[in-house]
Design a protein around this ligand. Sequence first.
Ligand SMILES: Nc1ncnc2c1ncn2[C@@H]1O[C@H](COP(=O)(O)OP(=O)(O)OP(=O)(O)O)[C@@H](O)[C@H]1O
Ligand SMILES: [Mg+2]
Length: 261
Amino acid sequence: MPAREAMNRCIASANQKGGVGKTTTLVNLAAEMASRDFKVLIIDTDPQEASASLRLLGSRKYNRTLVDVLQDEAKPEDTIIPVTKNLDLLPSDARLSVWELNALNEMGREFLFRRALSDFVKTYDYTFIDCPPTLGLIVTNSLMLAREIIVPVSPQELSVVGLTQFSNTVQAIRTTLNHENLRVLGYLLNNVPARGNVYTAVKNAVRKQLGTLVFKTEIPSSSVIPQAELMHQPLLAHDPRHKITELYSALAEEVIARGKR
Ligand SMILES: Nc1ncnc2c1ncn2[C@@H]1O[C@H](COP(=O)(O)OP(=O)(O)OP(=O)(O)O)[C@@H](O)[C@H]1O
Ligand SMILES: [Mg+2]
């Protein structure tokens, strides 16, 4: 039987605001997609410690990272780490900050992730890119590789100015860098406090302003999220029957459905 052709969706989890749930969303969505028998890759592009690499690997050691791939010193297929069935991770490390500084002077600096990885990501059904909380060159490169963006927003951490800056960046990438196919797949309300909280009004305002661009599923504040993180596990492995795990499953279905539009 001929090999099935990969679906090849490439989705960045991005927002320059820190701590809004970019990594949490990505790790849990990736696990959901892998459990549906899609072949899934996570690319960690965050040089800081709290990124997807630590979240999934804990103290597991690895020799090569994205930086070696970008410097042509390793092939992506020799650098990925199989995490679980159907789920691979291309890890990152702190040297990526130095890479970013050096790359600022390079010709075609916004296309360096594409050059190094665009063929490789085509072998996966889903690639999820974990972005750092900035609007710098790493994020531009990530968005140039991606076709879709999930933007987690937290009602407690909402920055209207920040969201406008983010949309402007996406628009500039679409027009100035000719990446018209890039689109925001959806905004995800994350870390939503219980009803009746002062932030309920903020949440409702986000839904009103962004309309159907906001995913129907929202992820409430829950202690199970930091607990799973401490165990270096996606929720699906940590507590498959938890109601938050079910919400990530619903979110995965929305992501699948929105991809068919
Ligand atoms: N729904 C939630 N309920 C409770 N805690 C949460 C929730 N979502 C995220 N957190 C916690 O908030 C912290 C920040 O989440 P996360 O690391 O996913 O954000 P991030 O946007 O990736 O941060 P950074 O900008 O630093 O990369 C983590 O400790 C995580 O466990
Ligand atoms: Mg993160």
